[in-house]
Design a protein around this ligand. Structure first.
Ligand code: SF4
Length: 295
């Protein structure tokens, strides 16, 4: 395991999970980008880590006990690089869809800048499933995966083009979101016209603050300070920040909290800080109970 935030085991006590509809899976550690803000070194993935097809099947079996799960999502690394024998990411997405869950993945979009590879990828998915597919693209000044002069990203343009080629019922299966990382600096923002253009085409745009984790710790002075009472400390992220009471009633030291459960290899985790909470095929009753009766 890497880094000081690697998984810690301990008693479960009281648990609190924000999104009980989502099973997040870290698919592999490999990536073809070298972003300066990458968080991977603080995540409990060994170099070269890759989830196996068999482990995905084990996770889908566990999901049957987690009643409120309806979405199984891959993060990484770059999920489109996953291969095992003749299988690739499309096979994993179809396996999830066959199990009755909505599949999704987060990508830097590099596979889709080539139109024929983009078309082949989604044609195979459309042929194998009628389940919606959630695509999250990380596109911003840290990933450097758009043209700043034109205010366009070729990966998105190619997907918009292929949606026009396929019948509406197929095209509508793709639910596309872009997540933009914003630091304190105005230079980290994407052009307003670019955002308006893609929103007008039905793409959802979200903004996330740069967090001082992983490589971004080396320039933590650029990270918006969400805990400060001084709005200036949010910098350029200020226009996207929705203030919320970050301390929730009942917060206590003996409470374990997470946005969603995460599978890495054979182990399930809560994150921030990383905390191991179960293993494939052996989820504790406290976790199973937390997912009961919600949809
Ligand atoms: S694309 Fe994502 S996983 Fe790859 S280097 Fe950039 S931040 Fe890290």
């Amino acid at each position: 395991m890497n880094g000081e935030r690697a998984g810690v085991e301990g008693p479960l006590m009281n648990i609190e999970i924000d999104d009980k509809s989502l099973m997040m899976i870290f698919l592999l550690e490999e990536c073809n980008f070298t972003c300066a803000h990458c968080a991977r070194e603080d995540e409990p993935m060994d170099p070269g880590y890759k989830l196996s097809f068999e482990q995905l099947q084990g996770c889908l079996s566990d999901c049957r006990n987690l009643k409120s799960i309806n979405w199984v999502h891959f993060s990484g690394g770059e999920p489109t690089l996953w291969k095992e024998g003749n299988r690739d990411l499309v096979d994993l997405l179809l396996e999830i869809a066959d199990a009755g869950y909505t599949p999704g993945f987060t990508s830097n979009g590099s596979l889709f800048v080539n139109y024929s590879r983009c078309r082949d990828f989604f044609a195979r998915y459309f042929e194998g499933s009628t389940m919606p597919l959630r695509l999250y693209f990380s596109i911003d000044t840290f990933h450097k995966n758009y043209n700043p002069e034109k205010g366009r990203a070729r990966s998105l343009d190619n997907i918009i083009k292929l949606k026009q080629e396929f019948p509406q019922a197929k095209a509508d299966l793709l639910i596309i979101s872009v997540m933009i990382t914003v630091s304190k600096e105005v230079d980290s923002l994407l052009p307003d016209e670019m955002i308006d253009h893609y929103e007008s085409l039905g793409i959802k745009i979200g903004f996330v603050p740069l967090y001082p984790i992983g490589r971004a710790k080396s320039f933590s002075h650029l990270c918006p300070d969400l805990d400060s009472d001084n709005p200036e400390e949010l910098g350029a992220y200020r226009r996207y920040y929705k203030k919320e009471d970050r301390k929730r009633p009942g917060d206590a030291e003996d409470r374990l909290k997470t946005d969603h459960i995460i599978l890495i290899g054979n182990d399930y985790y809560f994150s921030d800080p990383w905390h191991k909470v179960g293993q494939l095929g052996h989820l504790p009753d406290e976790i199973i109970g937390a997912y009961a009766g919600e949809s």
